[in-house]
Structure formats: C-alpha cells, structure tokens
Design a binder for this molecule. Structure first.
Ligand SMILES: *Cc1c(COP(=O)(O)O)cnc(C)c1O
Length: 413
C-alpha cells in the first residue's frame, strides 16, 4: 500500500518509507511500533516547552468548543486580544503593532510588503531589499527571493526578484561596508536578516555587535531593519529574542515557530508605529492588502496565549539557562574530538561539522540514518549536525545526544 502523500524536503526515490509517529510527550515522540524517539530538533524548531504541554492542550480544547474560526477583517476575538496583550510587553517598546498570519514564510512576506507599502505611501522611491549570504526566510517565491540561491531555488530562479546580498560576516567589516554602500544608494527599503543565527543556512553564528552595527547603519540611512526571528525567537538563543543580546529594536519583527509552543501554526509580524501610520488613511488605496483565510485563527491564538502564560507562570528562562550551560559544556567536550570541526553553541543550540561536504553531502542521509537507528531525531543540514532541543530536555537526554554525535564523529569524521 503506498500513500498518496508527497512529503516536504523529501526525495521519495531515496527515502520511500516515512516513520509513523502516533504520540508526543515532553521531549519524546512514540512511533507506531512503540519505539520512543528523542526529539533533539524540536520537530523542526517549533516545540519549546515539550510536546502536548497540558496547559496548551487545555487552551486548545476550550477554545475549540467556544469559537473555532471567525473572519478577522472587521472582527476580533478574545484569544487574539489576549495573545497580543501578553506578547506586547515582551517586545522592544518601539514595536507597537502586530499583524497575524499563519507561518514563518508568510510573516516574512508580510514584513516585506509592510516595508514596501510604507515607502510607497510616503512617496519615497525605495524598493530594494538587502539580505545576508546563507540567509533563509521560507519557501514561497517572495521568501526564496530574499534567501540564499542554490539547488533549492534553481528551478524557480527566473521568477525571483533581485536583491542586494551582503557577505556572511566572517569578516564583519566587509559585511558592514557592503551594507553601508548599499544604503548610500538611497533606494534601499529594508535589510532582512536572521539575528545571530542563520538556521537553515547551516546554523551559522555571528556576534551581537555585528547585528547592532547593521542596525545603526540602517537607522542612519532610513533603511528598515526586518528581524526574521522565526527560528531564533522564543528563547532559542538564550534570550527571548536574539535581538535582545544586542539590545537591538528592529523596525519589523517576524515571529512564528515557537509562538504556540509548537502546537499549531501561527505567526505575527510586529512593526513600529510609523509603518502602521503610513498605511493609516481615509484613502482606501493605502489599506494594507494582505490576509489569509485563517488569519488569527482563534484556536491557534488561544494556544499562543497559553504559551505566553507558560512564559509568565513557569520557570522557562531558568530552564533555558540550564540547557544553555549543558550545551556549552557539551560543545567543550565535542571540540576535543578531531573528527568534528566548527563546534559551537549559542543558547540552547549546538552545532558542528562532521567531515566535509555541504548540504548535498552524501554524509547527510547516512548521518540521518545513524541517529534514527539510535532513536534520536537529529536531522543534519548536509554534514552540519545540530541540536535544538525542547526546554524540558534533561541533562541525561542532552548527554545521549552529545554521545551520539561523538560516536558519529568516530564513524564518519
Ligand atoms: C522556518 C523559518 C522560516 C519559514 O517558516 P515556515 O513556518 O516554515 O514558513 C522563515 N525564517 C526562518 C528564519 C526560519 O527558520
């Protein structure tokens, strides 16, 4: 019996069988045969407090029985209002407005449209977007345009719009100089970046000072800084936002993934008052023309509000701090293995390279299998192995992962 389902980022010719998962609890998944799997990448970076957290499950259940869905144009509902009210105090004070959508990609699309609309309505001819080499912002045509081009984007390249690419800041001055000269041209509307950690581009880290200097250049030249915190937000880098490490207040902020604790799809794009104000008009043509059918779905918003309730009521930050310390200690252990290079940790994230190769490295699928055989959900990006665990993970569980990476380095390094 074959399934009609076409899976994401999956080459079915090489990977015909999908492992059926029937249960999630804390940091563990259970497959249909009853095997337990440690979810070391938070089910693709979304789970924060653990699977099926009772408070989030209860909020979803209650909301589903009260109001499942309502049009969000001309209407609002308590779940969205509660979510927005709870999120606002956690954001930089200059971010005063929030626009809902359903995924990380759409939150970035919304950010780009906000930026272009802002300048259009103010009568400024700025339409160019700058991005960082190795950036990833989603898989829609717009977000592929602002992401790294390569094997992923090749078939679609003719459709993608041109952007200005800044080199990855291995040499920070080169990045800052490139931004400065792009900003001087006067047509730059926005810089879109993942603050501090480029996730899908290979878990590449750069220091907070580079982010704050990029923000300063943007501010000096009237360029909007769009922070794509879809992955880095909700504590992954050790602080609530990665921008918090640099005390940077972006002009536009994209949040998704951990926004509902990983339970349901939801996203928000937050912006400064000026951006909202430039669309505010009795002229209908200045309306922000964006929506999706499920914008601010009440059940997803209730899960988001419950997630923020956990941030308020549970020791989430101490858990993150504990994982941060364990990952730093794990990285120190891993760094001594000659088969591993580039061992690095930031907050709850740990990454390293095994051997050489890049994303299409033949090692990738072999590593995936190696970890799956040990009941660890670790999905390397090519030969880059990383951990991005839920915050309920224990020292023993993280040790299992560190040991497995060392074992993989023995086998493949
Ligand atoms: C995952 C991710 C996205 C896309 O989010 P989706 O919900 O998959 O559309 C965008 N930006 C970053 C930084 C991401 O990690």
């Amino acid at each position: 019996m074959t399934s009609p389902i076409w899976h994401p980022f999956t080459q079915h010719a090489l990977h015909p069988a999908m492992r059926p998962i029937v249960k999630g609890e804390g940091a563990w998944l259970t497959d249909a045969a009853g095997a337990r799997i440690f979810d070391a990448i938070s089910s693709w970076w979304v789970i924060t407090h653990g699977h099926c957290h009772p408070a989030i499950v209860a909020a979803i259940r209650d909301q589903a029985g009260a109001l499942d869905q309502v049009i969000f144009a001309g209407y609002t509902h308590p779940a969205a209002e509660a979510f927005a009210a709870a999120l606002l105090p956690r954001l930089p004070q200059t971010l005063t407005r929030m626009f809902f959508s359903d995924s990380g990609s759409t939150s970035v699309e919304v950010a780009i449209k906000m930026a272009l609309g802002h300048f259009r309505h103010r009568g400024e001819a700025r339409h160019r977007i700058a991005v960082m080499q190795h950036g990833y912002h989603g898989d829609t045509v717009g977000t592929m345009s602002v992401g790294e081009r390569g094997v992923f984007s090749q078939p679609y390249d003719p459709l993608l719009f041109a952007v200005t690419r800044l080199p990855f800041p291995s040499d920070p001055q080169a990045t800052l100089d490139a931004l400065e000269s792009a900003a001087r041209r006067g047509d730059l509307a926005a810089l879109v970046v993942e603050p501090l950690v480029l996730g899908a581009g290979g878990m590449l880290f750069y220091p907070p000072e580079v982010l704050s200097e990029m923000a300063a250049i943007c501010a000096r030249h009237g360029v909007l800084l769009i922070a794509d915190e879809v992955m880095t937000g909700w504590g992954r880098t050790g602080r609530f936002l990665a921008c918090d490490h640099a005390a940077v207040a972006p002009d536009i902020l994209c949040l998704s993934k951990g926004i509902t604790g990983g339970s349901l799809p939801l996203a928000v794009t937050c912006c400064r008052e000026e951006i909202y104000a430039s669309h505010w008009s009795e002229d209908l043509r200045k309306t922000f023309f964006h929506s999706s059918s499920y914008t601010a779905n009440p059940i997803a918003c209730a899960a988001g509000a419950a997630n923020l309730g956990l941030w308020r009521d549970e020791p989430v930050q101490p858990r993150i701090d504990a994982i941060t310390a364990l990952q730093a200690a794990g990285a120190a252990r891993l760094a001594r293995h000659p088969g591993l290079t580039g061992v690095r940790a930031m907050g709850t994230i740990l990454a390293a390279e095994i051997g050489a190769g890049g994303y299409l490295s033949a090692l990738g699928p072999r590593l995936l299998q190696f970890f799956a055989d040990r009941n660890l959900l670790i999905r390397p990006l090519g030969n880059t192995v990383y951990l991005l665990p839920p915050y309920c993970s224990t020292a023993a569980e993280l040790s299992l992962c560190h040991d497995a990476i060392l074992e993989a380095a023995d086998a493949f390094g």
